[in-house]
Design a protein around this ligand. Sequence first.
Ligand SMILES: NC(=O)c1ccc[n+]([C@@H]2O[C@H](COP(=O)([O-])OP(=O)(O)OC[C@H]3O[C@@H](n4cnc5c(N)ncnc54)[C@H](O)[C@@H]3O)[C@@H](O)[C@H]2O)c1
Length: 253
Amino acid sequence: MGKNLENKSILITGAGSGLGRATALVCSREGASLMLSDIDSEGVEETKRLVLQAGGAAEVRVTDVSNREMVETLVAETVSELGGVHGAFNNAGIEGDLTGLSRWSEKAFDKTLAVNVKGVWLCMKYQIPAMLQSGGGSIVNTASAAGLVGVRGCAGYVASKHAVVGLTKVAAVEWSKRGIRVNAVCPGMIDTPMLDRLLDYVKAPKETVLGQQPIGRFGSANEIGESVAWLLSEDSSFVTGVAMPVDGGFVAQ
Ligand SMILES: NC(=O)c1ccc[n+]([C@@H]2O[C@H](COP(=O)([O-])OP(=O)(O)OC[C@H]3O[C@@H](n4cnc5c(N)ncnc54)[C@H](O)[C@@H]3O)[C@@H](O)[C@H]2O)c1
């Protein structure tokens, strides 16, 4: 089944790497016009290059999602450049410290919550009024399997991703009647630079970590992109307020 994002303008944060980049390529393949945003200008320009190379259309803005003025401007410029905003993938995120709960620094805890939680809230704060002007839309927030279960060594991250699930549910309850669906995607272990950093921390042989995955392998960023594009499209028209694991069965254990 095609996802058909034809004539939709979609805003993606954290578009300069991993899941954001892969989702940009899937959404573009399905016909969307894109506003690509990241704090990393080189990364997001590279994503734009890949989208254009594949025949798509994209604009770029460098934005720190934890900065209110920058997010407000990003959404306003998405509307003025692309003629509205019909979909958003609020995906920018950081892992913070990778260490036991009592060893997390206050600075890392505050920053992780600022980017992962306040960033998602700020994005929705400005996207929702813009989407109402565009006749409705679909928002997908990147939570994590760590938004559904506890994970050792990731206290601030796990707290932040549980909060993303909570924010997603509130937004869905508040806005679905007005034509805005809001869902969270909860990726398991996906092969991106963030996973490399996590594997470095756990220092377990790759085979051991793979053995903990019911499906027996890590996911690809493209597999998240396909799921997100489905949530952004009308094919998922009765799905809202869901925290959807895309995790090879990890949280089913
Ligand atoms: N890779 C995984 O296994 C996995 C699993 C579950 C959830 N996630 C989540 O998926 C999302 C994407 O992660 P990824 O694996 O692609 O990681 P990544 O590190 O490859 O990409 C994250 C992107 O977010 C950007 N970013 C960081 N801070 C930002 C800020 N303040 N403002 C704007 N952009 C910022 C980075 O520059 C980077 O381009 C994150 O929210 C992450 O928590 C990843």
